[in-house]
Write a protein that binds this ligand. Structure first.
Ligand code: FES
Length: 584
């Protein structure tokens, strides 16, 4: 037992446990004394307070069913921490759910990142367990943890189980979009779509296709900041609870500094030591091989930027030319996350990707990526995780496009596109904003046919604002009713990772800051050539200069904005820099 006045206490005022990050009263001894006085009001003993302190983020919210299992996970993390001799301290942070975030979850991701960073920084913890799952939560937590640079371990809430309807297996949200498309086309009536709303997301947990949440669940394993095999365990399973307990135990090892080679060292294994250029390259390989969400690329860029690194889009594209899609999951394939998990999960995938990965990269488990791959479970006759010899797609899931429409780059998930549209020239049908699209898309008088290119602008980070997942422009109703399933669609918006279609996204710079997308007019010809990685507006340069002279920024960018919206509009970066704030 020690006290602030004990001159012999070896760790007196050392920055560990309760002594970390003292509130400033001008007298550190008094600060610690006062802290202990208040925390003892909660019934803690001196023995407990002398242990390594493990912070646990509580992101439970009644508005976030993707995090519905968080209370049970916290209970198990605490058990793991205490079994290993630490003191668990749970604390709340912002929680974000895709469908309960106005205007968009992306608008709020940086708020959660700042909240997470400052709560880790402000409070005394020797390591932290980050519990997240729904799309923006994991990137926000990693952004915050990298900036705070306290040893951190990511625990994923886990994917939902699949749903069933009339003998068909369903999942959020690839099938949400497909079935809603059928409803718009008139082949599913009001009564059936109501029934379906109760069957597409049948359990707590995150969307169970290879959307953004699942993508991030895989990437945290590839980055080495989650325990191996834990990114894909279904939210409802006992193994998920055991993963939480194991993460709690490992967080104590991190706090003690016993994880990395060489044994116990002060300061643990910090995110800045783990999330290196090599780790991000491994993550890019896995992102291409899983046919992951395009959002994953934006989030990786944001996390890397916090680590003082950048994601090179050309390198990402080059990786995609060499690394095939090996996972047979929707929307690129046919199956769901629970099937991927039981086929061997990310360790087995990394085993198949050995030739492309930096195998000596260290992970939070103390093992290298190569050791994790070697230990992967072999599941006889599974077909979900393909070998390099029989991939789902010959190349990676995403391609980076350039051209006069996207000088800063654009991205297409070509693994989930129509092969016949990957080289296509069509007439532009332009929507000036999300509202304009909603108003006119289904107008029977809209001049549009199946060969046209649908263009949406002012839907980027500043333009919307919040870069909504509006890049999946719906097929105009009259064409959908005529059986058209896909068209080339381009925008400066994002798209849910769960969506299917020939859809060019993240056009940079966005139109609202003067990007060329703002110069497109109805009837212009646009050429998409994915094999050549090009997106071109076939209008001569002199005409584009004339249009540029007449261009005006959206009104909201010159109007006064207060609060977080003002901070966001003044500071948000473009997609190629991860849409982080410039001051972060
Ligand atoms: Fe939370 Fe899909 S809505 S993961």
């Amino acid at each position: 037992m020690t006290s602030p006045n004990d001159k012999n206490a070896p760790a007196k005022l050392a920055p560990r446990g309760m002594r970390r990050n003292l509130a400033s009263y001008g007298d550190p001894g008094f600060s610690l004394f006062l802290r202990k006085a208040f925390i003892k009001a909660a019934g803690f003993s001196d023995d407990a307070l002398d242990r390594p302190i493990i912070g646990i983020t509580n992101t439970f919210s009644d508005f976030n069913p993707c995090h519905g299992n968080v209370p049970r996970l916290i209970e198990a993390v605490k058990r793991g921490v205490m079994l290993a001799g630490g003191l668990p301290m749970e604390f709340p942070t912002v929680s974000i759910h895709e469908s309960f975030s106005n205007p968009t979850s992306m608008f709020l991701r940086n708020l959660m990142a700042i909240d997470t960073e400052e709560m880790i920084r402000a409070q005394p913890m020797d390591s932290v367990v980050l519990i997240g799952g729904c799309d923006k939560t994991v990137p926000a937590q990693l952004m915050g943890a990298v900036s705070a640079d306290v040893p951190a371990i990511q625990l994923i809430t886990g994917p939902m189980l699949v749903g069933h309807h009339k003998g068909e297996i369903l999942g959020a949200c690839t099938d949400c979009r497909r079935l809603w498309g059928q409803h718009r086309a008139g082949t599913i009536d009001e009564a059936e779509i109501e029934v379906l709303s109760g069957r597409l997301a049948p359990t707590q947990g995150t969307c169970m296709v290879m959307g953004t949440a699942s993508t991030m669940g895989c990437l945290v394993e590839a980055l080495g900041i989650a325990l191996p095999g834990t990114g894909t365990i279904p939210a409802t399973h006992a193994d998920r609870i055991r993963a939480a307990e194991a993460s709690g135990k490992q967080a104590v090892a991190l706090a003690k500094g016993t994880v990395r080679p060489g044994g116990e060292r002060p300061g643990g294994l910090r995110p800045s030591e783990l999330l290196t250029e090599t780790a991000f390259r491994n993550a890019m390989v896995v992102l291409q091989a899983i046919g992951g969400s395009t959002n994953g690329l934006v989030h990786l860029a944001a996390i890397a930027r916090r680590a003082g690194l950048s994601i090179d889009l050309e390198e990402f594209d080059a990786i995609g030319r060499a690394v095939p899609v090996l996972i047979d999951l929707k929307p690129s394939g046919d199956h769901y996350m629970e099937h991927f998990h039981w086929a061997g999960g990310v360790p087995k995938l990394m085993k198949e990707l050995r030739a492309h990965l930096a195998l000596d990269a260290l992970t939070i488990s103390g093992q290298t990526i190569g050791e994790i791959a070697d230990a992967a479970e072999e599941v006889p006759n599974q077909t979900i995780i393909r070998s390099a010899a029989s991939p789902l797609k010959q190349t990676g899931g995403m391609a980076v496009l350039r051209g006069n429409l996207a000088p800063g780059g654009a991205v297409i998930k070509h693994s989930a596109a129509s092969p016949g549209l990957l080289q296509h020239t069509g007439r532009a049908v332009v929507f000036d904003s999300v509202e304009d699209m909603v108003t006119r898309m289904d107008d029977p008088a809209l001049d549009v046919n199946a060969d046209d290119v649908l263009v949406l602008r002012n839907a980027g980070p500043k333009g919307a604002p919040g870069m909504p997942e509006a890049g999946y422009l719906p097929i105009p109703k009259k064409l959908a009713q005529a059986g058209v399933k896909d068209m080339v669609r381009i925008s400066d918006a994002r798209m849910s990772g769960t969506a299917f279609g020939t859809i060019v996204l993240h056009i940079t710079p966005e139109s609202a800051v003067g990007g060329p997308l703002g110069l497109v007019r109805d009837g212009d010809l646009i050429r998409l050539d994915v094999p050549a990685r090009q997106i071109e507006l076939l209008v001569d340069a002199a005409e584009l200069e004339r249009r540029k002279a007449q261009w005006q920024a959206p009104a909201h960018l010159s109007e006064p904005s207060r609060g977080y919206r003002g901070l966001y509009l003044g500071s948000v970066l473009q997609a190629d820099e991860g849409c982080d704030f410039d001051f972060c």
